[in-house]
Ligand binder design. Sequence first.
Ligand code: IPD
Ligand code: CA
Ligand code: CA
Length: 275
Amino acid sequence: MKTRSPLINVMTKAAFKAARGLKRDFGEVENLQVSRKGPADFVSAADLNAEKALREELARARPDFGFLMEESGASEGRDPRRRWVVDPLDGTTNFLHGLPHWAISIAVEENNAIIAALVYDPIKDELFTAERGQGCFLNDRRLRVSSRRNLADAIFATGIPFKGLDGHDGFLTELKGVMAVSAGVRRWGTASLDLAYIAAGRYDGFWERGLHPWDFAAGILLVREAGGMVSELNGKDIRLDSPSILASNNALHSDLQRILIGKGTPGAAPARRSA
Ligand code: IPD
Ligand code: CA
Ligand code: CA
C-alpha cells in the first residue's frame, strides 16, 4: 500500500469531503430533470457548496496558501509563493444532465510550477494523484502513459467548442485531420479527467483550446509524472494562462501536433500533382 505524503493527504481529505455533498446532489439531479424548473439552479448551488467545502478544508490545513478557484477567483495568501488551483466541479454539463463523468480537481502551484495534483472522480471512485518527481497514481497503482506509437492505433480526446465560444470552424479542421489518421476521437466533457486518462494510458492524446487554469492545472502534472508530454498546440511550454493544451505520450506528441497545426500527416508521401 502506497503511503501518501501529508500534502496529498490534505488534498484527498478535502476532495472526499466535497465529493460526499456532490454525490448526494448528483442523486437529486435525476429527480429534478423531470421538474419544470429543471436542475440548473440546483447544480450551480451544488458547485458553490463544493467550492466552499474545499476552501474550508484546504485553508484549515495550509492557512498560508493563496487560492485560485473557479467560482471565487484569485486571492493571495500570506505565503505569496504557494496557492491552491481548484475546480470544485469539472464537467458541470455532464453533472447537469445526469451523466456520471465529472470530477474535483485540485493543484498546488509553487513559484509558478505545479508541484502536487489530485483529480477525483467520485462516481467511479478513481483518485488520481501526483507530486513532482514522485510519479502518478490511480488509487494506489502507479500509472504510465500509453506506449502506442502509431496514430492508426491511437484514441484521442478533445473538447468541442460550444455555444458562446468561437473557433468552431478551426476545431472542425483539427478534428478532420485527426479523424483521418486515428482509431477514434472522444469528447467526454471533463478536461481534468481527459488528462488523467492520458496519464492512465487510456487515451493516447488530448487537445483543447480555451480552457481555464483550474481545468488543467492538476492534469498537467498527472500526465508529466506518468511519463507523458504537455505543451501548447503550437509546441510552446504550457503555462496556466496558455490558450491551448496538447497532452500525449512522448511517441505521438509531435505527430499529433503536426496534424493539429495543419502541417500534414507525418510520414505520408507528398501528394502527386496532376498533370
Ligand atoms: C469544462 C470541462 C469541459 C471543457 C470546458 C470546461 P466546467 O469545465 O472541463 O471538458 O470542454 O471547456 O469549461 O465548466 O464543467 O467546470
Ligand atoms: Ca472546469
Ligand atoms: Ca467547474
